[in-house]
Design a protein around this ligand. Structure first.
Ligand code: FEO
Length: 162
């Protein structure tokens, strides 16, 4: 059985993962609006991954006999100044999520909750990739120049994500 403190902390994380999905879907919609279809596809897939992250935690809480508490999902903004600005925010957001995962790991350690600690190790590794991918794309945008006309090659590359 999971502790009430851990159940509540994991419920909050389900909410934050769903917010991430919402944020990336808003970014996808922004990219659609400026005809960067490859970027839009990349973000749409990212949004789906975030939903999967939320469900991974949800399923874990259920498996431990807990109950996820549902709360309002914050509304993301819908407009950005450029592709570079989107990825600056994405990278910063993923760094924030890493901090949240680390805080959950600390809590699991403090509670001697080995099962939660073990479940969270997947997220610890996932955050290394999440930060790496968003930082890589941000750097690539800076290399090609954050100007719509210069982004088409990168747009084509990102559109290959499955
Ligand atoms: Fe669920 Fe992008 O971390």
């Amino acid at each position: 059985m999971i502790s009430k403190t851990m159940e509540s902390a994991l419920s909050k994380q389900v909410n934050r993962e769903l917010y991430s999905a919402y944020l990336y879907l808003a970014m996808s919609s922004y990219f659609e609006s400026v005809s960067l279809k490859g970027f839009a596809k990349w973000m749409r897939i990212q949004a789906k991954e975030e939903q999967a992250h939320a469900m991974k935690i949800y399923d874990y809480v259920v498996a431990r006999g807990g109950k996820v508490a549902f709360m309002d999902i914050e509304a993301p903004k819908g407009k950005w100044a450029s592709a570079g600005k989107v990825f600056e925010e994405t990278y910063a957001h993923e760094q924030k999520v890493t901090g949240m995962i680390n805080a959950l790991v600390d809590m699991a350690k403090k509670e001697n909750d080995h099962a939660t600690f073990e479940m969270l190790q997947w997220f610890v590794k996932e955050q290394v990739e999440e930060e790496e991918h968003s930082a890589d794309i941000l750097n690539q945008i800076r290399i090609v120049g954050d100007i719509p006309g210069h982004l088409f090659w990168l747009d084509h590359q990102l559109g290959k994500r499955e």
